[in-house]
Write a protein of this length. Structure first.
Ligand code: FBP
Ligand code: MN
Length: 650
């Protein structure tokens, strides 16, 4: 033991070879521990709405505006503060606008540069110099550092700063400088980002969101059911591929696949046009606004139907292959009476709204026609071979997981499957039983196997597990008794469309249940919180996102435009800064253009969920714990130097 410790200290002494070096590091770490904790920003259910996402990222759910208020208090009008905020979010576009009306740009630059420097000073004050230095934009690193650091030794500070600012303006670099310093402020107001699931589907730009996340300075992702669906598709799972295309078609977003990812949909399009030429496809109307191009719209409708039928077939095949999923009831094509045009569900006969199934052989309803098979083979190759998609999936895999424990908070997208009585539900997965955290861990590892396992069957199970996670009643990311896709397309009876939620969602006010979940994930219920998304909070019906006296926060971000009429707002985001937890309610985002022109922001209201009595420091966080360990080790090293057990390396 002693020997091991000496060995470890020897290693450490390579990094800190002298008493002086070790001491300096201890002092530095101690200083960091006493700084206020960095701000965490939580977003969920972005659903491809990249403009709204980009805006919330820029304004840090009100964090930029808060900094402006802190700095200027009552010395700036609310209007001027909003202009300054807009400048920080959209510096380039805002300056273009200003230039059209402002007669004295030099004056404008001077005033705004001064204000931006003050805001960035405040934003930087929470961090060590070294961390700020790393965040500085390359071109202006030196001068920004000069401007935001207090200089005690200079007597006439004002003229010192003024001369720097005037030089920037004189040499024609004011705009670039404003852009750089605005970026720095955005970068500094949020220290770490949590994406609590569902980046993909419904909206037009998930790929743009993924590109943005790839460059974000610090983040983690808890996968949502829609993200896992795309992961399954990227791994070549046919049920997932068909669902991904069907959802893109349903929302008129096939461009994501064609233009965003370069996946060729021409074979599917020509097949759909031919096969459903005279079919009005009325059950497959698209969601969202009508497309101006009628021919494109007609084609989308037919592709929507073609891929839906393919989906029901391939899903039937998976159900037959993966008997352990016990989903036989959800294979519906063999429950149709093709002559009568009806289906038997739970012992009841329903009339189908659409009975044109030219590719279904009633005796073998799950078999793909030759052409359908050819299309699926090509799509499988296209998805698995798409470099950009694979790159985005690698980001999800490396930054993400099914859940995360971070600074005493438990983050997951959907739920923890429970029994009616609130106990953890035992779930069978490939012949083994799991519940609670073990269920999450098992599913997480299956997903990774779906990408990385060498053994073919293991890899196949991993891929099929992603489809399971998408729609299985026992999946913690789905959390509903059935996915009623077929019923919603083909049956008029609304009661068949209902997807019953797992008891979890009705037990969230029950403290005992919530505490059980927290303990299951190793958290102390006295201090912990659960943050989850997935279920839109219907504020217009008086529903609150805060459950169980603030222990649980359900913050479906409601970015998805299609869902805003159900929630009445654009949903919630969460901020966890050194003063506590803040829930922010957002108004619907109109457009980037409106945000710039009208200087409209979308956070409407903030609720303090928890205010701490003493400001939280880095020392109180998970990183703080690690730093304290390092301090302890370094103190042992110091002792070893001083006792002669280890010799300084000069
Ligand atoms: O309204 P749409 O887009 O067809 O989607 C409905 C489906 O989406 C789901 O709500 C899942 O999506 P969410 O994770 O966003 O809730 C399913 O339960 C449901 O069957
Ligand atoms: Mn979801």
């Amino acid at each position: 033991m002693k020997e091991l410790e000496t060995k470890y200290l020897e290693r450490l002494s390579d990094l800190y070879p002298t008493i002086a070096a070790a001491s300096t590091e201890i002092i530095n770490l101690q200083a960091i521990l006493n700084l206020p904790k960095g701000t965490e920003h939580f977003l969920t259910d972005i659903h491809g709405e990249y403009e709204a996402f980009a805006h919330v990222l820029k304004n840090g759910s009100g964090s930029v505006r808060r900094k402006i208020d802190d700095v200027f208090g009552n010395t700036l009008s609310s209007r001027d503060k909003q202009s300054l905020a807009t400048l920080i979010y959209y510096p380039k576009a805002k300056m273009e606008l200003v230039k059209k009306t402002e007669s004295n740009m030099e004056d404008w630059y001077k005033i705004n540069l001064y204000r931006l420097i003050e805001v960035s000073k405040r934003a930087a004050s929470k961090y060590t110099r070294s961390k700020v230095r790393k965040a500085l934009p390359k071109d202006f690193a030196y001068v920004i550092e000069e401007l935001i650091t207090e200089k005690a030794e200079i007597n006439d500070k004002e003229s010192y700063y003024n001369s720097i600012i005037m030089t920037i303006i004189r040499i024609g670099r004011a705009e670039e400088f404003i852009e750089a310093i605005s970026g720095l402020i955005q970068r500094l107001v949020v220290d770490h980002l949590h994406i609590v699931g569902d980046i993909y589907d419904r909206g037009p730009g998930p790929h743009i969101i993924m590109d943005k996340l790839a460059t974000y300075h610090s983040l983690d992702i808890q996968w949502g059911n829609h993200d896992v669906l795309w992961m399954g598709a990227a791994a070549g799972q046919r049920g997932c591929i068909a669902n991904v295309i069907r959802i893109c078609a349903r929302y008129g977003n096939l461009d994501i696949l064609e233009d965003g990812y370069g996946i060729n949909l021409l074979p599917l399009a020509t097949f759909a046009l031919r096969t459903y030429q005279d079919d009005p496809c009325t059950c497959f109307k698209l969601k969202g606004p009508e497309k101006p191009n009628k021919a494109e719209m007609e084609m989308d409708l037919r592709m929507h139907k073609a891929i839906s039928i393919i989906q029901f077939k391939v899903e039937g095949q998976i159900i037959a292959q993966q008997k352990a999923f016990h989903l036989e009831e959800r294979a519906l094509l063999d429950k149709i009476n093709y002559e009568k045009g009806t289906i038997m569900l739970d012992g009841k006969e329903y009339r189908l709204l659409d009975t044109n199934f030219p590719t279904i052989d009633p005796k073998n309803p799950y078999a793909l026609s030759e052409e359908e098979e050819d299309i699926m083979e090509r799509l499988e190759r296209a998805f698995t071979g798409c470099e950009k998609l694979q790159e985005h999936m690698r980001l999800l895999l490396s930054k993400g997981g099914l859940y995360k424990v971070y600074n005493n908070n438990l983050l997951y997208h959907g739920c923890v499957p429970l029994n009616e009585d609130g106990s953890l539900k035992e779930v069978e997965l490939f012949g083994k039983k799991y519940k609670g955290k073990k269920l999450y861990d098992a599913l997480d590892s299956y997903i990774r196997k779906g990408f990385f396992a060498l053994h073919e069957q293991e890899k196949q199970n991993g891929r099929d597990a992603m489809w399971y996670i998408w729609l299985h009643p026992d999946s913690p990311l789905f959390g509903k008794n059935k996915m009623a896709t077929f019923e919603r397309y083909f049956l008029a009876e609304k009661e068949t469309h209902v997807e019953k939620k797992n008891p979890y969602y009705f037990l969230l006010e029950n403290e005992q249940v919530v505490d059980t979940i927290m303990k299951e994930f190793g958290l102390n219920p006295e201090k912990a919180h659960i943050v989850n998304g997935h279920v839109p909070v219907k504020r217009k019906d008086g529903e609150s996102p805060i459950k169980c006296n603030g222990k649980v926060m359900v913050i479906d971000g409601g970015f998805s435009k299609a869902y805003q009429k159900e929630t009445g707002i654009a949903g919630y985001t969460l901020i966890y800064n050194s003063y506590g937890l803040l829930l922010v309610a957002h108004e619907p985002f109109e457009s980037t253009e409106a945000a710039i022109q009208k200087e409209s922001d979308i956070h409407s209201e903030m609720m303090v969920v928890k205010r701490v009595l003493e400001r939280r420091l880095v020392g109180d966080t998970d990183i703080g714990k690690e730093l304290k360990e390092q301090v302890k080790d370094l103190e042992s090293l110091l002792l070893a130097y001083r006792s002669g057990r280890i010799v300084e390396k000069l």
